[in-house]
Design a protein around this ligand. Structure first.
Ligand SMILES: C[S@@+](CC[C@H](N)C(=O)[O-])C[C@H]1O[C@@H](n2cnc3c(N)ncnc32)[C@H](O)[C@@H]1O
Length: 367
C-alpha cells in the first residue's frame, strides 16, 4: 500500500460515527462553567494510528476532520479553546505518512503553532509512545479520549488501556480491520499476551474453528480485556456498510453518559448509505438484515426483539431493568427501546405482563 489509499465504505461510515460522537464530546468536556482559564480541565484527544490525513480520492483523514470540526464547532465560542487547555495528539509510524500528515495539516490550517489548540504530530509507535506522550503533555488527571484505529493487529498493550481507564473521565475507541479475525496462523502470541493481558484470556478465541463465530469471540475477548483494564462500560459492534467489508469497534468508557452519547451518535449517523451497527449477541437478525433507523418508528427491529427475548430468557424483569440491560450490554439499543419492544412482544403474544394495569417501565414482564 502506498502513502495514501482508497477510502473504504466502512471507514467512511466509521468517520461519520466519530464525527457525531466528537461533536457531542467536545462541548460536554470543554463547555464547563466552572473555573477560570487555569482551573478548567485540560482535554486531550489522542489519535494513535493517525494515518496520512487524506485518502486517495481526496477525502479527509481522521486528524483533518477532527481538527476541522473542533475549530468550526457551532459551540466553539463557549469552549474556551487554548493551546494550554486542548491538546490533539496524532501518532503515525510510517515516515512518509507522517510527513504527509504534517504537510496536510499545514496546508489546511496554516502553521500549527498559531492554532487556538495544541496539535502534536509525532512519528512513533502507538503501543510504545502513547503513554510517554500523554505524560509529556500533562494529560493525566484530565479527560482523555484515545482512538486506536489500526488495520491489522491491535498491538497496543493492555497497560495503555488500563492507564487511560483509570484516568478521570477517559475513554477509548478501538477498531479492528476485517482481516484481524481470520489470520489465526499469523497471530504473534507474545503480542497478544500484552494486548489481552495474558495467554489464558485470548487462547479460547484463537482456538475457535468456526470462521463465522471468530469475530464474535475475539470482539468479546477484547471487550472483556477493556473491562479488566477498568472501563466500567464497554460497547462492541460490527459496523456493516451497504457495500464492502465490515469493521469492528469496541468502545470503553467509565460513564453511562459516555455510553449513551456513543449510542446517540450511532442513531444520528445519516442512514442514507445503509450502514448498520450489529450486535455480536444476535445471529438471526443479521441474516434477515435490519430495518433502517427510520422504519424503527413503526416497527421494532428484529434484532431488538431478539435481544429482549435473550434478556428475558434469564428470568422475568421490569421493563426498566430490561432498558438498563439494553444500554449497557447491547451495541446500539437505548433504555427507551425496552417499552417499545415490550409493547410489540405483548401484542405478538411473546411475553406475559405480570403486573396488572397499563404496561409501563415499572411492569414486570416474562417470556
Ligand atoms: C487504519 S489507518 C488510520 C486511519 C486514520 N485514523 C483515519 O481514520 O483516517 C492506520 C494507520 O496507522 C499507521 N500505523 C501502523 N502501525 C502503527 C503503529 N504501531 N503506531 C502508529 N501508527 C501505526 C499506518 O501507517 C496507517 O497510516
Amino acid at each position: 500500500m502506498g502513502v495514501l489509499w482508497k477510502l473504504e465504505p466502512a471507514t467512511a461510515a466509521k468517520h461519520r460515527l466519530y464525527q457525531r460522537y466528537l461533536d457531542a464530546w467536545w462541548p460536554i468536556l470543554l463547555q464547563t462553567s466552572q473555573g477560570n482559564g487555569y482551573t478548567r480541565p485540560r482535554v486531550t484527544l489522542l489519535d494513535a494510528f493517525a494515518g496520512p490525513g487524506r485518502y486517495e480520492d481526496n477525502e479527509p483523514g481522521s486528524p483533518v476532520f477532527i481538527l476541522d470540526r473542533l475549530l468550526h464547532h457551532h459551540a466553539v465560542d463557549r469552549m474556551h479553546l487554548s493551546p494550554q487547555r486542548v491538546h490533539l495528539v496524532f501518532i503515525e509510524k510510517d515516515r512518509a505518512r507522517h510527513e504527509h500528515l504534517l504537510a496536510e495539516l499545514d496546508s489546511q490550517f496554516g502553521p500549527l503553532k498559531d492554532l487556538p489548540v495544541r496539535v502534536e504530530v509525532r512519528r512513533g509507535d502507538a503501543g510504545r509512545d502513547s503513554l510517554p506522550v500523554l505524560t509529556e503533555l500533562g494529560a493525566w488527571g484530565h479527560p482523555i479520549l484515545g482512538i486506536f484505529d489500526s488495520w491489522g493487529s491491535v498491538n497496543v498493550p493492555l497497560e495503555v488501556m488500563r492507564r487511560i481507564a483509570r484516568n478521570r473521565s477517559s475513554e477509548v475507541i478501538t477498531t479492528f480491520g476485517p482481516n484481524w479475525f481470520s489470520r489465526r496462523e499469523e497471530l504473534n502470541a507474545d503480542i497478544l499476551d500484552s494486548v489481552f493481558g495474558g495467554r489464558g484470556f485470548w487462547t479460547p478465541a484463537a482456538d475457535e474453528l468456526r470462521s463465522d463465530e471468530r469475530w464474535r469471540i475475539w470482539l468479546n475477548t477484547f471487550r472483556d480485556a477493556l473491562r479488566r483494564a477498568g472501563f466500567g462500560y464497554q460497547l462492541q459492534f460490527k459496523l456493516v456498510p451497504r457495500t464492502g467489508q465490515p469493521l469492528y469497534l469496541v468502545f470503553g468508557t467509565g460513564s453511562p453518559a459516555g455510553l449513551k452519547a456513543m449510542k446517540d451518535a450511532m442513531w444520528k449517523v445519516d442512514d442514507r448509505d445503509g450502514e448498520s451497527f450489529r450486535d455480536p449477541r444476535t445471529r438471526g437478525a443479521e441474516a434477515d438484515g435490519q430495518l433502517n433507523f427510520f422504519q424503527m418508528d413503526e416497527l421494532c427491529d428484529p434484532e431488538l426483539l431478539e435481544l429482549v427475548a435473550q434478556r428475558l430468557s434469564t428470568g422475568a424483569a421490569t421493563v426498566e431493568t430490561v432498558g438498563d440491560w439494553l444500554l449497557t450490554e447491547t451495541a446500539r439499543w437505548l433504555p427507551k427501546h425496552a417499552l417499545k419492544a415490550a409493547r410489540q412482544m405483548r401484542l405478538d403474544g411473546q411475553i406475559t405482563v405480570q403486573s396488572a394495569g397499563k404496561l409501563t417501565t415499572k411492569s414486570t414482564i416474562s417470556l
